[in-house]
Structures are given as structure tokens and as C-alpha cells.
Design a protein around this ligand. Sequence first.
Ligand SMILES: [Fe+2]
Ligand SMILES: [Fe+2]
Length: 124
Amino acid sequence: MSDNLHLNIESMDATHDAFLALLSQIKTCSKSEFMPLFEEMIAHTKEHFAYEEEIMNQHNFYGKQEHLDEHANLLGEMEYFYNKAKKFPTFGKSYIHEYAYDKFKRHIINIDSQLAMFLKEHGF
Ligand SMILES: [Fe+2]
Ligand SMILES: [Fe+2]
């Protein structure tokens, strides 16, 4: 995980760093910790997205709807795999090990970056 995903908006970067830390924790955790950490990741993601949505509302961000849709997709997918993992742990494992990082990386690079640029232009 050597990609630089920082957008130079401190609060957003801190949230993204916390997500990545949680993701690397869940990748190496014991079996019994897996589902509780997965749950924590969902809770963290809800807060993460709610925070960005709050900023978008406050600043009347032009790309809000697209960003909201992306958040809903990412969160829906995460919850889908979490629920699948209750019965079939392999689904949860493959999401965490093979998908989650790329999904979030793509969101940060393609979507969050637009918001960050907008905020910089508006002196946030
Ligand atoms: Fe984000
Ligand atoms: Fe976002």
C-alpha cells in the first residue's frame, strides 16, 4: 500500500488514513476478530461518508449527486459482503483482501479528489 492517496485536505486525509489502518488491521486479524472489525469498518465508513456529505451540503458542491451515489454503492457493497460473510466467510475474506482497497483507492482518486479540489478553490 504505497500509493499516495492524500488530497491535502487534512480532515479528509485523516479519515482515509484511519480507514486504511483499519483495513490493514482486518487483513491480519484472527478469525474471531474478523467480523467485529468488519462491523467497525462499516461504522467507520458510514461516518466517513456522512462527514463528506455534510461538507458537500454546506458548500453546495456541484458534484454532490454523483458523489452520493458512489457512497451508496460502496457502502451497499460493503454491507452485502458483510452479510454474506456471516454464512460464507470466504466472501468476506475475498472482499477484504481483493476488492476493498482498490474500490476505495478508486473512489479517493476519481471522486474525493474533485471535492478536495473544489474545497481548495473555495478556501476550505
Ligand atoms: Fe472519502
Ligand atoms: Fe467520498
